[in-house]
Unconditional design. Structure first.
Lengths: 237, 855
């Protein structure tokens, strides 16, 4: 088993190498590749709230898109990336783009000002956005890494994916916390969901088993920093 | 007194054959029935209260002319407990059979089979016995209006237990609905003793701005008003209660009081311990007392205390007495078994929580024991009423205090019971999340006109003062979610038609509503099952426990549950697997303190008793000694003062104050004080609150603070708001409101989404809504609930007003005072898992990782 070397940086991010590429796991849930000035986010699920209203008549607050945009814009202001990669499921459903409130649509379009947007498609948004600026791709290669929505089974060194919405549940003494998290074994990386209305799947779920040969590292998102969590501290739901 | 001839001969003969004479209150209820009056009967348990409620209906039904077409439901009986509805069905069968009456009485609860439900819908029984939740479902039926058109009477049992709750709100809205269907319907309430009957009457009765005489309540035909929702009708200002005007329709009937109960406060072995909540010291004596009784009910305040007392009694049980356990976490079958054995008279004692506060008549209970203080005189009266259902013999009760403050409280409760002083309750304001559910239900049943529904809703007591603006807000919430961003206007759940009437959008919306009816929100429960190993199989279910209970446990931990010690093995989905660990000493998990706060009335009595030295000689020697030491080493405050002590202890500085306002208000006070002390740079480190006192400890001394400033009433303004928004209490309150209002759906057994599907957390919704629309209806509801239910803000406000203007007595000490000892012993037992604590958990996990890497 290889030991993972990591270090907590100034902004509460966790620095480590993914298949030899230097990366920072931000406590926002974004991945930052400084050498390439590239920021990566997964599973925004824009318009998830309105999707429930349209399909089930369930009136969840319609503010999830702007909440997600608030978070995204904060990260963009902090990092000024040249490239912004979306790892798929950017919209909760194919019609989500049409339901966007006008001001939210303007804000999403403005993300492209002065930078390149790359929309990898996911299972929720198979066609990718039709009217928003940026490139729609199945997967992207950059800095020796492969970016796609759904992780492929088996060893895939250099794969960066989303889709699974990883979350870590940690118990210590008398308290329990459950947080969204990154998962990596140093060869591949799964990002947490970035969207405001996205829940998490416990990383002890069998869905994660085919991806990582041995114990992996969970990087749980805290309000001010990322916490590296050992496999032994994890609890099932 | 009315003559016995008020009863028809057949009924008179039946009473005589049983060797009974009808009681005055039973005859009075028959008279109210003949007059068509609404009535509230308040009578102690054992006074033939239920029969009094049903007699008018039985007489009316026995006198009706034969009909060729099937009649609708004549009398609807509603009980807060499913088991009680089923029990009454059995009890009613006897008089109906013995008098040869041609009356069908049937129960219908969530447990009733589909076939029977179908049949009841086609051929309604004359008397239908059911629960508030079923009534809410009836209200959402298509054709409810026709089904209940013949209804002539509704009987609400245990009214005192339902009215001050969201279930009570929902029930009162349901009654208002039924009244529209059946304008001549009579309302009958049955209640145990309450301090302020007018509150229950207002809840039970028809409330109208200008109440027309009964029989003239306008009948809605489903068409009617063309009024647009934007246009306000009569408005609430027209019906503010005027001087001397009765704002409800209900007559009061008082049952004859029973014999004065005999209430003793137990001083076991002549001593009362300093601290503790379990009355462990008194167990041997309590066991002896049980031996001397026929059947005893041993009441405790929490499940933890129940488990503890049950274990202790069995350790002493050399005689092998049948001692049983009954609390809300036990599997239902297990509880039913205990109840059945009780009814057969096979049980000598049951250790129980409030699950046995009301309901089914027990066999031969002749003694009620209360372990630890009862927290309120009214609750104690009801508990005592569980013993001895014969009015002419006194009930016997023994109160066993667990510590010295509790001794004072028990003494106060005993005095209050003998003096007939009960705890007052505040009037109830109907919750808006409940109203949202009701409005959706109405739309599922038939189209409604907003102005008519508004008037109907205000006829329900808790909603008498509802403003048109709030009503409109709730209708908009039901329809579109009530968001400032109007994106959902095209997805409305209820839609207005050309005729001005609102109806449910489609069958999907109706179905979703029916699956989510009710105002009971319980924490998610985990099944406790026997099983071990890596892949445990579904073993026998021992009971249920709240979700949070096992989160804090690690495999291998031992705990007490259902009267046994268990080893916790694993948590898989909704099942916790355990194996018996009889030889192990349990690592006792804390199941929280008393969920009932000390009543205002008892708190006042305790303060008076402490202050008045003339009362001291009547107290046990060690309690006297304790008070005397307090007088010498600190201060005994005046009755209208609050004592506040500051002293160093260990390496910390302590502040202990004694407001006697109950645990909830104290916890809120402690939270707010710590924030203020933090701002003052005192460095507060933690706090603990119980029913009597608050203790805060800090890095720096606190004896130089301006105390009047520190306790200034404005802490309930911005400080409270900013704390609330961050608090997990709000998230919990929000979740309940979101479920009741239909914003999110309840999870039903078998419908849980499997495997990969992620659950939608209300915390996410709360966070987003709070940032983007802080004045949203559901946040208002959640704030109101948190302020009353979890924080007791009103009581804290009264307390701050009471001690304002220099009525804080400060005792700067250099040591712990006798009064402070009990709460100082509690320090360190509890810790609030805040944000910082969560970070600590993760930090520890990181150390764990480093250890893992070094291994």
């Amino acid at each position: 088993m290889t030991q993972l070397a990591f270090q907590i940086g100034d902004c509460g991010g966790l620095r480590l190498e993914i298949a030899g590429t230097r990366a920072v796991l931000r406590h926002s849930g974004a991945l930052w590749l400084e050498a390439e000035r590239t920021m990566v986010v997964a599973d925004l699920h824009f318009e998830k709230g309105s999707s429930y209203a349209a399909r089930f008549g369930q009136m969840l607050p319609p503010y999830d898109t702007r909440e997600t945009l608030d978070r995204l814009e904060r990260e963009l202001a902090a990092l000024s990336p040249a490239t912004l990669v979306f790892l798929g499921d950017s919209f909760h459903d194919g019609a989500g783009e049409d339901r966007l409130p006008e001001d939210d649509r303007v804000r999403i379009a403005a993300l492209a000002l002065g930078r390149r947007l790359v929309w990898a498609v996911g299972n929720h948004d198979e066609d990718g956005p039709r009217t928003l600026p940026g490139d729609v791709v199945d997967e992207a290669q950059l800095a020796g890494l492969t970016f796609r929505h759904e992780p492929l089974p088996g060893a895939r060194p250099g794969e960066v994916a989303g889709h699974l919405h990883p979350a870590a549940k940690v118990t210590s003494g008398r308290a329990t916390v459950r947080r969204r998290c990154f998962v990596t074994d140093g060869a591949r990386l799964v990002l947490p969901a970035f969207g405001a209305f996205t829940g998490g799947l416990n990383i002890l779920d069998p869905a994660f088993a085919p991806l990582f040969g041995g114990p992996a590292l969970a990087a749980a998102l805290g309000p001010r920093r990322v916490h590296a969590v050992g496999w032994k501290s994890l609890r099932p739901d | 007194m009315l003559a016995a001839t008020a009863l028809p001969p057949r009924f008179e003969q039946w009473f005589a054959a049983r060797g009974w004479a009808p009681r005055p209150h039973q005859l009075a209820m028959v008279e109210k029935g003949r007059q068509g009056r609404d009535a509230l009967l308040i009578a102690p348990t054992g006074g033939g209260k239920t029969l009094a409620g049903f007699l008018p209906s039985l007489i009316e039904l026995s006198e009706r002319a034969p009909r060729n077409t099937p009649a609708g439901v004549h009398t609807l009986y509603i009980s807060p407990l499913k088991a009680l509805a089923v029990d009454i069905e059995r009890n009613l069968a006897t008089p109906i059979r013995e008098m040869g009456l041609n009356i069908v009485a049937e129960s219908r609860t969530g447990d009733t089979g589909e076939a029977r439900k179908q049949r009841q819908r086609l051929r309604p029984p004359d008397i239908l016995l059911t629960t508030p939740e079923q009534l809410a479902l009836f209200c959402a039926w298509e054709g409810a209006r026709e089904y209940f058109a013949d209804l002539s009477c509704v009987i609400i049992d245990e009214a005192h237990a339902i009215w001050p709750s969201k279930r009570g709100d929902l029930l009162s809205l349901g009654l208002a609905r039924l009244q529209r269907f059946a304008p001549n319907m009579r309302r009958v309430g049955l209640s145990a003793t309450v301090d302020d009957p007018d509150l229950v009457r207002r809840w039970l009765g028809v409330n109208l701005p200008d109440p027309p005489p009964l029989g003239e309540v306008s009948r809605s035909d489903g068409g009617g008003s063309e009024t647009d929702l934007q246009q306000a009708p009569s408005g609430p200002s027209g019906h503010l209660p005027q001087e001397g005007r009765i704002s409800h329709s209900v007559d009061l009937v008082l049952g004859q009081g029973g014999a004065q109960p005999i209430v003793e406060v137990l001083v076991s072995g002549g001593r009362v311990p300093w601290a503790g909540h379990t009355a462990e010291h008194a167990m041997a004596e309590i066991y002896e007392i049980i031996k001397g009784a026929r059947t005893a009910l041993v009441f405790v305040n929490t499940r933890f205390q129940a488990e503890f007392a049950f274990q202790e009694l069995w350790k002493l049980n050399d005689d092998g007495l049948a001692i049983a356990l009954h609390h809300g976490s036990l599997a239902a079958e297990q509880r039913r078994k205990v109840e059945a054995a009780m009814a057969r008279g096979e049980i000598r004692a049951v250790v129980c929580t409030s699950t046995l506060d009301m309901g089914i008549d027990w066999g031969d209970v002749d003694l009620v024991i209360q372990l630890a203080a009862p927290k309120g005189a009214s609750r104690m009266v009801q508990r005592i009423g569980r013993a001895n259902h014969r009015l002419d013999e006194p009930s016997r009760a023994i109160l066993a205090p667990a510590n010295r403050f509790e001794f004072l409280e028990c003494r106060a409760a005993a005095d209050a019971i003998l003096g007939g002083h009960l705890d007052g309750e505040p009037a109830r304001i109907g919750a808006l999340d409940v109203l949202a559910q009701h409005i959706m239900g109405c739309a599922c049943s038939e189209p409604f006109a907003p102005t008519e529904l508004y008037d109907e809703v205000r006829a329900a007591g808790p909603y008498a003062d509802l403003s048109w603006e709030d009503f409109e807000t709730v209708v908009d919430f039901v329809s579109t979610g009530g968001y400032a961003l109007r994106t959902y206007d095209k997805f409305r759940r209820i839609v207005p038609g050309q005729d001005g009437l609102w109806r449910a959008r489609n069958a999907q919306a109706v179905l979703a509503h029916r699956m989510n009816v009710g105002a009971i929100v319980s924490p998610a429960m985990i099944n406790v099952r026997i099983g071990g190993g890596k892949r445990p199989m579904g073993g026998r279910k021992v009971g249920e426990a709240e979700e949070g209970f096992f989160e804090a446990m690690t495999p291998g931990d031992t705990f007490v549950f259902a009267g046994q010690v268990w080893r916790f093995n694993s948590l898989v989905g909704a099942d916790a697997f355990v194996t018996p660990a009889p030889d192990k000493d349990p690592k006792m998990p804390s199941w929280g303190g008393s969920k009932f706060p000390l009543s205002t009335y008892l708190a006042g009595r305790v303060r008076a008793m402490m202050h008045d030295e003339r009362e001291w000689p009547a107290l046990p020697p060690d309690v006297q000694e304790w008070l005397n030491y307090q007088k010498v080493r600190s201060i005994i405050p005046d009755q209208d003062e609050m004592l506040l002590e500051t002293f160093p202890h260990g390496k910390r500085f302590h502040l202990v104050c004694y407001p006697f306002e109950g645990r909830l208000a104290h916890t809120t006070l402690a939270m707010l004080l710590t924030r203020r002390l933090d701002r003052l740079g005192v460095g507060p480190l933690g706090f603990v609150a119980n029913d009597y006192a608050v203790a805060i400890w800090s890095l720096k001394p606190m004896d130089q603070l301006d105390l009047d400033e520190l306790f200034a009433q404005d802490m309930l303004g911005d400080d409270l708001e900013s704390w609330l928004d961050e608090s997990f209490l709000m998230k919990r309150a929000f979740k309940a409101c979101a479920l009741i209002s239909g914003l999110i759906e309840r999870r039903h057994p078998g419908m849980e989404k499997s495997g990969r599907q992620v659950t939608f957390s209300t915390d996410l919704i709360y966070d987003v809504l709070r940032r983007h629309q802080p004045d949203h209806l559901l946040l208002r509801c959640a704030r109101a609930d948190a302020a009353t239910g979890s924080l007791d803000v009103a009581r804290l406000g009264d307390m701050l007003a009471r001690i304002g203007g220099g009525r804080i007595r400060h005792a700067p000490l250099d040591h712990v005072s006798p009064f402070a000892v009990p709460i100082m012993l509690e320090i360190g037992r509890e810790r609030a898992p805040g944000d910082a604590a969560g970070e600590m958990v993760l930090a520890e996990a990181e150390e764990d990782l480093i250890a893992e890497a070094m291994a």
